[in-house]
Design a protein around this ligand. Structure first.
Ligand SMILES: [Ca+2]
Length: 332
């Protein structure tokens, strides 16, 4: 009996530890995340949340890169390099630049309206390369005044893309970043309300919620897991509740076969093709609060959601101590 209670307590604690949201923290000295040589290819939208470590203003004295790919010595063959960074260029100091080069190294750079960024504030940024209307920058969902005519994507390159550094160049960023998503399409065309629950980046999704310190798991089908370099850290902080969107997990090889009906009124059925050990689950609301938990121990389990309010929930399932999957459930 005591042993059962102990096991249950350990399980309960581990469920709660794993449900804490984490963000990427960078020291601005040498920390970065290396996303590898293909992650930056053929992108049309890059979006993420960021919080600077210190206030940034027009008195900024160094470049700070949040995402970048350097494709060669500056000014020499830097085809298709791109970067999103706080500019140190006279006249644009403190503004966020979105810069991209085409295949002939012509540079297209657009700047944010503001050059003021608070150290205690999370901001959302989306850089869009629209095949029809050119490049755009959105801050907190608001289209910035400057746009450019560049209608290409980031194209392919053999150089790596980094978070917190201008590729293999320096220009480190000090602060926090979360929910980095790379999309193959121009996701935003007009003003929008930034959401933690936005579409999964089909070319990259890094949420830093996993438990392996050295790896930033890519939850997208691209599987471009990032390497946490020189002390880049996952720290517990909430910008997006952990259950909203997909966290550190693979979208492939799930052990859940089907979840139905979804939307659901009362009984939710979860089918698993083969089962060796019971899989713990938690059902979370939109605020990331657990509303129900238990174990899936049959090939077909049924959960009664009849008492819950209508709305969106997230079913998280663990397998062998790792998060196996997060599934969006609509209760109606
Ligand atoms: Ca996160």
């Amino acid at each position: 009996m005591k042993a059962t209670l102990l096991i249950f307590t350990i399980l309960f604690i581990s469920l709660n530890v794993q449900s804490q949201n984490k963000v990427l923290e960078l020291d601005g000295v040498n920390d970065y995340v290396n996303l590898g040589n293909t992650a930056g290819n053929n992108l049309r939208t890059i979006e993420f949340w960021f919080k600077p470590a210190t206030n940034i203003s027009s008195s900024l004295t160094s470049y700070k890169t949040m995402i970048g790919r350097n494709t060669g010595p500056l000014g020499a063959g830097d085809h298709f390099e791109f970067g999103i960074f706080f500019s140190n260029l006279f006249g644009n100091r403190g503004k966020i630049a979105f810069s991209i080069n085409d295949n002939r190294s012509n540079n297209y750079t657009i700047y944010s309206n503001s050059n003021q960024w608070n150290s205690n504030q999370w901001y959302h940024l989306a850089a869009v390369m629209d095949p029809n209307s050119g490049t755009k920058l959105f801050i907190d969902g608001v289209l910035q005044n400057q746009t450019s005519t560049y209608t290409g994507s980031t194209d392919t390159s053999r150089f790596y893309t980094a978070i917190g550094r201008y590729g293999d160049f320096s220009r480190y960023f000090d602060g926090k970043i979360d929910n980095v998503k790379f999309h193959s399409t121009a996701v935003y065309t007009a003003n929008f309300t930034p959401s933690c629950n936005s579409a999964i980046g089909d070319f990259g999704t890094w949420n830093f919620d996993g438990n392996t310190a050295a790896i930033a798991t890519d939850a997208s089908p691209s599987n471009n897991d990032g390497a946490m370099i020189n002390g880049a850290t996952k720290m517990i902080e909430t910008v997006c509740p952990v259950t909203v969107g997909i966290e550190d997990k693979k979208l492939t090889n799930n052990s859940i076969e089907s979840i139905y009906p979804n939307p659901v009124q009362n009984i939710l059925n979860i089918s698993i093709p083969t089962i060796q050990n019971a899989l713990p689950y938690q059902l979370m609301n939109m605020l990331g609060q657990p509303v129900q938990e238990g174990r899936l121990n049959k090939q077909l389990s049924s959960i009664n959601l009849g008492d819950l309010d209508n709305g969106i929930y997230f079913l998280r399932v663990w397998k062998q101590g790792e998060i196996e999957g997060v599934y969006k459930i609509i209760k109606k």
